[in-house]
Design a protein around this ligand. Structure first.
Ligand code: ATP
Ligand code: MG
Length: 390
C-alpha cells in the first residue's frame, strides 16, 4: 500500500500578500526535516502539503512524527492512496480499516470529491465504503454524530486518498517568518520552554550559554547542548554560542556586595547577550524569566537588568506559574534533561540573601568600583560556537 503524509496549515493561510512566502518557507522546512527519513517529494495545493515517499526505503513513521513538530502545521494525517475507482477504493479500505479503527467502537465515513466527474456522488461513496468497513471490522458500528474515528475518502485529480481524521500539529507559524532572536539558554527548565514558545511564533533562534568553567563542568555544558538539540526538533537547528563569565564572577565576588551579586551578574549577561545578538543578526533577546519566580525576577530586579540593553527582551514565560512551565517542558521533552543535577554558573557563588528590591543608585555605585568595559571585552573574547555532532 502506498502511503502519503498530509499536512494542513493554519494561520499562515490568513496572511494575505505574504501568504506565498510563508508557504514557501514552510515547504522548505518540511523538505529539510524530511531528509533524515529518506527521499520525499513535497508538494502543496489548497492549504495542504503532501509528503510523498519516492521509494521503499523511506522511513514514513519517522517522517510522520517529525511532521508533528513543524511549526505552521495544524493537522497531520497519513493517507493510503489508490486508483480512483470504487473497486480499488473498497479493496484498499478493507485492507487498512482494521488498523485505522483499532480500539474504536464506532466510525463514520466522510467523502469528498475534488474531481466532480467521478461517477459516484459523495453520499454514494459513503454508503459503499461504510458497508465495506462493516463487513471487514468485527463489532464496529456506524455513529454519524459522535464517532470514535472518521475515515475520510477523498477523490483527487490523480488518485484517491483514504485517511483517518487528522491529528493535531504543532500549530504556530513557520520558523524564520518572524525574524531572529537570541535565547539565553541556561541548564534549567524555563529557558528551553521560552525558546520553544518564541519559535512557535515563527522566530528563528540562536542560543547563548554562559559557563563558568572550570567552576562549571564539561558535563554541565553537554547538558545545555542537549537542550539546544531538543529545542532544535522544532526550531530546525539551534546554534549554541558559549561565553565564559568566570572572571566577571570572581571580580563581583571580591569587589561587590554579596546581596547585589546575582543582579550585577545578570546585567553583565544582558550586555554580552546584546553584543552576541548584534554579531549574529538577532534583533531581540529571549529569557526564561517569570515575574517573581526568584529574587532576580521581581519587577524591580527585571527593570534593573533590562536597563543595560537597548534591544527588546522577550520573556514568553513571564505570566506562567512554575507548574505550567514544567507541563510544557514535559510536552516538548526537555524536562528530563533540565532536571539533571549539574551546576550552572548562577549556582556558583550564590549569595545567601539576594536583593529583591534593588536600588538603581546602589547598582551603579557598585559597577563604578569595577572595570565593566574591560571585563566585558575579555569575556566576549572567550566566546565560541559549540560544535555538535550531526
Ligand atoms: P532556568 O530554569 O531557565 O534556568 P531559572 O528559573 O533558573 O531559569 P535564573 O537562573 O534566574 O532562572 O535565570 C533566568 C534566565 O536567565 C534564564 O531563564 C535564562 O534565560 C537566563 N540565564 C540564566 N543563567 C544562564 C546561563 N548560565 N546562560 C545563559 N542564560 C542564562
Ligand atoms: Mg537557571
Amino acid at each position: 500500500m502506498m502511503e502519503k503524509i498530509l499536512l494542513k496549515y493554519g494561520e499562515i493561510a490568513l496572511k494575505g500578500a505574504n501568504k506565498s512566502s510563508f508557504e514557501a518557507t514552510l515547504a522548505k522546512h518540511i523538505r529539510i526535516r524530511m531528509k533524515k527519513y529518506g527521499d520525499f517529494e513535497v508538494t502543496r495545493a489548497q492549504s495542504t502539503v503532501t509528503v510523498t515517499p519516492k521509494n521503499e526505503d523511506c522511513d514514513i513513521d519517522g517522517a510522520y512524527d517529525a511532521c508533528k513538530k513543524i511549526f505552521g502545521i495544524v493537522g497531520v494525517s497519513r493517507a493510503v492512496t489508490c486508483e480512483k475507482n470504487i473497486d480499488s477504493i473498497i479493496e484498499t479500505l478493507k485492507a487498512c480499516a482494521p488498523d485505522m479503527l483499532a480500539g474504536c467502537k464506532t466510525f463514520k465515513i466522510e467523502a469528498k470529491r475534488a474531481d466532480k466527474r467521478f461517477p459516484l456522488t459523495s453520499p454514494q461513496i459513503c454508503d459503499e465504503c461504510g458497508g465495506a468497513v462493516l463487513e471487514t471490522v468485527k463489532g464496529i458500528k456506524v455513529d454519524v454524530r459522535h464517532p470514535d474515528e472518521i475515515i475520510r475518502v477523498e477523490i483527487r485529480d490523480d488518485e484517491a486518498f483514504i485517511h483517518p481524521d487528522q491529528e493535531k500539529g504543532a500549530g504556530g507559524m513557520p520558523v524564520g517568518t518572524n525574524g531572529r532572536a537570541l535565547l539565553l539558554l541556561s541548564g534549567g527548565i524555563d529557558s528551553p520552554v521560552a525558546g520553544h514558545m518564541i519559535c512557535k511564533r515563527g522566530v528563528k533562534i540562536e542560543a547563548l550559554h554562559f559557563e563558568s568553567y572550570p567552576y562549571t563542568s564539561e558535563r554541565a555544558l553537554e547538558k545545555v547542548a542537549k537542550l539546544a538539540e531538543l529545542v532544535s526538533e522544532y526550531n530546525g537547528y539551534t546554534t549554541l554560542h558559549v561565553i565564559n563569565v568566570k572572571e566577571i564572577q570572581e571580580v563581583l565576588r571580591d569587589k561587590c556586595d554579596e546581596d547585589y551579586f546575582t543582579l550585577l551578574l545578570r546585567r553583565f549577561m544582558m550586555r554580552l547577550a546584546q553584543r552576541c545578538a548584534e554579531e549574529f543578526k538577532c534583533s531581540a533577546l529571549v529569557t526564561g524569566e517569570s515575574i517573581g519566580q526568584v529574587a532576580s525576577q521581581t519587577m524591580d530586579a527585571l527593570c534593573v537588568t533590562d536597563s543595560v540593553v537597548s534591544m527588546p527582551v522577550f520573556r514568553p514565560c513571564i505570566g506562567l506559574d512554575k507548574e505550567e512551565i514544567v507541563e510544557i517542558s514535559r510536552k516538548i521533552n526537555t524536562y528530563e534533561t533540565s532536571v539533571l543535577p549539574y551546576e550552572d554558573c548562577c549556582t556558583v557563588f550564590t549569595p545567601r540573601h539576594p536583593r529583591t528590591r534593588p536600588e538603581m543608585a546602589k547598582v551603579i555605585a557598585q559597577e563604578e568600583r569595577i572595570d565593566v568595559e574591560g571585563l566585558l571585552e575579555r569575556a566576549y573574547e572567550t566566546m565560541y560556537t559549540y560544535r555538535r555532532e550531526e
